[in-house]
Design a protein around this ligand. Structure first.
Ligand SMILES: Cc1ncc(COP(=O)(O)O)c(CN[C@H](CF)CCC(=O)O)c1O
Length: 366
């Protein structure tokens, strides 16, 4: 039997519009021969015309207000965070959510940054504990907290912004990951769009709305940090492939991107509904699901005495690709009362959902 995947890390290639992507790439090659081989294609913040398109798109889609000059494109969120660190004092205190995105936590640790984790409550990062820790820079994932899936309500967003505005050297890194896929409520405006004190550094990526392999991510620097960036980092050449950037510009300007997101949402929300239905049917009251209002995964806790590692071994035997919450408990201890897993549905066709839940049931209950 073939593997079935509950992975949260990939997107469904079968619904990626390769033909229109290639048409855009062809057009980009024809129109932009110049950009591709002169200095502008290695421009430290990415090709200006591409940043213009992204700025325009974000103002409509996320209420983000910025000039193209504030955008820095890069080959991955981690690299951009690595660059950003140079704009803060060496001894700045960073705070990240726990459970949280280990790849940023590990990056900051590798850089010997002063680092503190902050637990979540049901509105996202705990505001009381944030005030206690009192960091200079706090990294949050408000659209669909990674990995728990909590959507940060407006009330908590305003609290964060007021907190940041109280002191000169406070910043919020808003990683707007998974913001394209919101199901329950309508879109909540970004922190960046609500910020009137220039305290938010907005991060975005095309890894989930297009393809992870594209490696086009971006950060939007407030004016003061942009000035510092120009002083300290303007010798760094762009790390985002120029042809990829120019193709992306065509893809967005032609309306293909908006069409693709709309199509992905329809496909994914149908899969998510079917998966949640099957899980409820098979596990009844012994499963508790969280974070299904947005994104391409949600989390589930199971009322079982079987330990997590044994479940993982059984899942592998069932040829079920499954991720548990251990790697996201950043300080070490497992913070869930019961075995908890990330259930991604981007790579799980509707037909395979029933079989996938069957295998999960055998891994956890049988
Ligand atoms: C919170 C968060 N912010 C950004 C990215 C995107 O990074 P980049 O492609 O470099 O732009 C991810 C990507 N998440 C990956 C796939 F889901 C890895 C998950 C795992 O490490 O478990 C992410 O979780």
């Amino acid at each position: 039997k073939n593997w079935i995947s509950f992975s949260h890390m990939s997107v469904d290639r079968s619904i990626f519009p390769f033909d229109s992507w290639f048409a855009c790439e062809h057009k980009a090659l024809k129109l932009s021969r110049l950009e591709l081989n002169d200095d502008s294609s290695r421009f430290p913040q990415g090709i200006y015309a591409v940043r213009e398109t992204i700025a325009r798109f974000l103002s409509i889609a996320r209420g983000v207000t910025c000039f193209p000059e504030q955008i820095v494109l890069g080959g991955g969120t981690q690299f951009l965070i690595y660059l950003l660190r140079n704009l803060f004092p060496e001894n700045a205190l960073y705070a990240v959510e726990n459970p949280g995105y280990r790849r940023i936590y590990e990056l900051l640790k590798m850089e010997h940054a002063r680092l503190q984790t902050i637990p979540l409550d049901r509105k996202g990062i705990s505001f009381d504990l944030l005030k206690q820790v009192n960091p200079n820079v706090v990294y949050v994932t408000p659209s669909h907290q990674f990995p728990s899936g909590v959507v940060m309500p407006i009330s908590r967003r305003i609290q964060l912004l007021n907190w940041a505005a109280q002191k000169e050297d406070r910043y919020i890194i808003e990683d707007d990951y998974d913001s394209e896929f919101k199901y329950a409520s309508d879109t909540i405006p970004s922190l960046q769009g609500l910020d009137s004190y220039d305290r938010v550094i907005y991060f975005g990526t095309f890894s989930k709305s297009l393809l992870p392999g594209l490696r086009i991510s971006y950060m939007i620097l407030p004016q003061k940090l942009l000035k510092k960036y120009r002083e300290k980092c303007s010798f760094i050449m762009s790390t985002s492939n120029a042809l990829g950037q120019l193709t992306l510009k065509q893809f967005i300007d032609s309306g293909e991107y908006r069409k693709h997101i709309k199509h992905m949402k329809q496909v994914y929300v149908e899969r998510q509904k079917k998966l949640i239905g099957e899980l409820k049917k098979r596990f009844g009251a012994s499963i508790k699901m969280h974070g299904a209002n947005a994104g391409l995964h949600f989390t589930a806790e199971f009322d079982t005495h079987r330990p997590v590692d044994e479940i993982m071994v059984r899942a592998a035997k069932e040829k079920l690709e499954l991720y548990n919450m251990e790697p996201y408990c950043l300080d070490g201890p497992y913070i869930y009362q019961k075995p908890a897993f990330i259930l991604g549905f981007a790579n799980l066709s509707v037909e395979k959902i029933e079989e996938g839940v069957d295998r999960l049931y055998r891994a956890i209950v049988h």
